[in-house]
Structures are given as structure tokens and as C-alpha cells.
Ligand binder design. Structure first.
Ligand SMILES: [Zn+2]
Length: 381
């Protein structure tokens, strides 16, 4: 089987030869007479679930993790940080064990997991900033507890999202940073001083900036502007059209600049499912026709139901950036944030797709992860 197309970043015509489901060669050719574009496989640093699989339920198994990762490949997400949210000590242990076991028993899944994202439980207890995280499990940072988790994951926790105003958060951030972990601010009600102290301690990222926030806040100053204006902080953004209105997504991308923006799906298990009302994370949530997930009877969003590729499309549409720039927000930028160049480039990891510029639509043709063809449509060239 052969695919030919142009590399997105360099516009080089190439031919990819696949045999036994593996990449045999990638060579430059004089011309490629297809519209296929070839880009690095996207990296999603915030995935809570997908296609009915949920990392944050007590029953999660290694098989669920493997199935979730493979489902993501079918929509063009090559790499991920499985994201475990606020829960009991034991519940979080359980999720970590499932992820670690999935990696041990499936080399390709291990290749795709660039690290685990722990979002919570050291976050704001306030309604709004807490989002859909369960109040009873929100707590102050605890280094001993964290170390037990990091032991279970065998050092795989790569990102911790926390609220810097929590008691003991600043020395906790310093220890995380000293251990090579990316510290992200999120689900926070921080003051400007808290945010500056976190930056001074080495915090690097704002998690889904503009979300995990009060529905109504003082126009300025507030914790969104403070983070938006801090050049030291990168920002992850959920560009699904619901979490951030188009004008906000555009403004944030411009304020942060392309170098410091990262697209995330923040997908929950409902991503890939039919609209309706579901029980999710112990709460009733509604998945609308527009792929919006809300706590029933509130205006609070409870995770997203998009694929990362939709975030790329929407970024082009909302922010007026090029396709190349939008893909970079889901490939190069997260790779640099995680310092994962060695793992990402150790094998061939690509997506092949056609771009419908009029409709802002990525039509995925194939996904290659770990030099293996893990997904393709029925009509390769
Ligand atoms: Zn969140």
C-alpha cells in the first residue's frame, strides 16, 4: 500500500510505503498528484475519556484505556496525556493502575501516552472554578499523597493542574517543577499575587484558560486576565465553540501568541456519543446537538465532546490562522511543552488528510502511530 501527498509544514511531495501494516519507507518524490496533506500526529494533553470509555470511573480497566487510545487514533489524535481528575485517593490510584497496565501490555499505547495529566484534586472548592469536579474530594496539596501516586504511575505523571491559592500550593509547585513536572493553573480562584507566586515557583501553563471559572466575575482585574497577560504561562484552549466563544478563542490565541497556545479536546466519555442526558461523573449531564456538555439545569460546562481535529478546524475558522499554524498548536507546541521530542520523533507518527478549506473540514485518511498504520479509510491512493 502506498500513500502520496504533500507534507503540511514543508510542502514536500512524499510517498509513504506500507507493508504488513508498518511504514517501510517515506521518500521524497518529484510530484504527488493527490490533495493529501501529511502532518505530525496531533497530541492531546487533556483527555478524560472518549467513545464511551471513561478514565474517571471506579470500574476503569486497562482494556478501557487501550480501547480509548485506539478510538482516538481513528479520529486522528496520535498522542495523549490521559487525564485523571479530582477523586478519592483510592479512585485516583485505580485510574493510574489501569493506565500503567495498559501501557505495559500494549507497546503502541505506551508509545502514544506521553505522560499522565492529574487535574485536581488540589483545586478551588468554589462553585464555578471547581467545574464538575466533586466537592467532597477537593483538598489542599499533599506531597506525600502525590508521591504515592507518582510511584504507582512509575513516574508517568507529567502535568498537574492545581489552584495556586490552596494552602501549601506554592512549595508544592516548587517540588513538582524540581521533579520535571509541568505545573498548570486551573480550576482556580487565584488572586494576581497567587498567580505571580505560582509563576515564580515555575508554573508553566494555564489549563483550559477561560473555563473552570465563575460564570460571572469582576470585569478586571480577574484571574483570566492575569493569566492571559502573563507571558510566562502557556495556555491550553478548548476551541469547540462552546467553552470559548469564537471571539474569545481568537483574542486568547492572539494574546498568548501561537508559540504559547495548545489545543486540547478535554474530551469526556460522551465524545463520540449521541445527544441526550447521561449520568457522568456522578452528575446528570446533557449532551446537546451542538456537542456541548452541561450539568443539567446549570450553565456550567462539564467537559467537552469534540475531537482534537475539530479544535484545529475551529482555530482556523475563529482565529483566522493558517491550517499549518493551527496544526502546530496541536503538535509542535504540546511536544515542546512536554519536552517530548525524543519520544514523538522516535518513530513515524503522522496523520494523512484532505483539507476542505471552504468548510474548514479535516477529512482524515490515515493515522500512523509508532510507524504502524493504525487507521485508514477504505480508499488509499
Ligand atoms: Zn478542567
Amino acid at each position: 500500500m502506498k500513500f502520496s501527498g504533500h507534507t503540511l509544514f514543508n510542502n514536500t511531495p512524499v510517498e509513504i510505503t506500507i507493508a504488513d501494516n508498518r511504514v517501510q519507507s517515506i521518500r521524497e518524490v518529484t510530484a504527488a498528484d493527490t490533495n493529501i496533506l501529511i502532518a505530525p500526529a496531533p497530541i492531546d494533553i487533556q483527555v478524560n475519556g472518549f467513545a464511551g470509555f471513561d478514565l474517571n470511573v471506579a470500574t476503569v480497566t486497562p482494556e478501557d484505556v487501550r480501547a480509548m487510545v485506539r478510538a482516538l487514533w481513528r479520529v486522528g489524535t496520535g498522542f495523549l496525556c490521559p487525564t485523571v481528575v479530582t477523586g478519592s485517593f483510592g479512585g485516583i490510584c485505580n485510574a493510574f493502575r489501569a493506565i500503567v497496565e495498559a501501557c505495559k501490555t500494549d507497546a503502541l499505547v505506551a508509545h502514544a501516552v506521553l505522560g499522565i495529566h492529574l487535574e485536581g484534586p488540589y483545586i478551588s472548592a468554589e462553585d464555578g472554578p471547581r467545574g464538575a469536579h466533586p466537592l467532597e474530594h477537593v483538598r489542599d496539596p499533599d506531597w506525600d499523597e502525590f508521591q504515592q501516586w507518582q510511584d504507582i504511575t512509575e513516574g508517568k505523571i507529567a502535568i498537574v493542574t492545581l489552584a495556586p491559592e490552596k494552602k501549601g500550593a506554592i512549595p508544592f509547585i516548587e517540588k513538582l517543577v524540581a521533579n520535571g513536572i509541568v505545573v498548570a493553573l486551573g480550576h482556580t480562584n487565584a488572586s494576581a499575587d497567587d498567580i505571580q507566586a505560582a509563576i515564580d515557583a515555575g508554573a508553566k501553563l494555564s489549563t483550559h484558560l477561560g473555563n473552570g471559572a465563575h460564570a460571572r466575575i469582576q470585569r478586571h482585574p480577574n484571574y483570566i486576565w492575569e493569566q492571559l497577560g502573563a507571558d510566562e504561562l502557556w495556555a491550553s484552549l478548548i476551541v469547540d465553540g462552546h467553552h470559548l466563544p469564537p471571539s474569545v478563542a481568537k483574542s486568547m490565541i492572539r494574546a498568548k501568541t501561537l508559540d504559547r497556545c495548545i489545543l486540547v479536546s478535554d474530551a469526556v466519555a460522551l465524545a463520540g456519543m449521541e445527544p441526550g442526558t447521561y449520568q457522568f461523573a456522578g452528575k446528570s449531564v446533557e449532551l446537546t446537538e451542538e456537542r456541548c456538555v452541561r450539568l443539567v439545569g446549570t450553565e456550567y460546562l462539564a467537559g467537552s465532546a469534540i475531537e482534537l481535529a475539530r479544535g484545529i478546524e475551529n482555530s482556523v475558522r475563529f482565529a483566522g490562522i493558517s491550517l499549518k499554524e493551527a496544526v502546530s498548536l496541536a503538535t509542535r507546541q504540546p511536544m515542546h511543552l512536554l519536552d517530548a521530542k525524543a519520544q514523538v520523533e522516535s518513530e513515524t507518527n503522522l496523520i494523512l488528510f484532505e483539507w476542505n478549506a471552504g468548510k474548514y473540514k479535516i477529512n482524515l485518511i490515515a493515522t500512523i502511530v509508532g510507524s504502524e498504520l493504525v487507521y485508514h479509510t477504505e480508499t488509499p491512493q
